[in-house]
Design a protein around this ligand. Structure first.
Ligand code: ZN
Length: 98
């Protein structure tokens, strides 16, 4: 099995499963932005910019985006709160009895 980015960075915080598809999520980056992304459906959590952090805060930045992902506070303009709610309800129904 491919090593996750989380393992590569030695981050021990648990990352919740994707609220949309229930898939495994991992940390990722684009330029100075850090975020959590679902490995199944590519849903992206709230992003944090490492350039707004003190130097050598890469891990701290990842821990923060994991916290945001786990709290499901999607502030993205693309995904409205009502959409997230609808998906969560769907997800709950699918996972009932599991
Ligand atoms: Zn997903």
């Amino acid at each position: 099995m491919k090593k996750s980015n989380k393992e590569t960075y030695g981050i021990t915080e648990a990352i919740n499963k994707c609220p949309f598809c229930g898939g495994e999520a991992d940390i990722s980056y684009n330029g100075s932005f850090r975020y959590v992304i679902c490995t199944e459906c590519n849903a992206v959590g709230p992003k944090k910019d490492t350039s707004t952090y003190p130097p050598m805060s890469n891990i701290k930045c990842y821990q923060d985006v994991i916290k945001l992902w786990n709290n499901r506070t999607f502030a993205s303009k693309e995904i409205s709160e009502s959409t997230v709610k609808a998906y969560q309800e769907m997800y709950n129904i699918i996972n009932k009895g599991k």
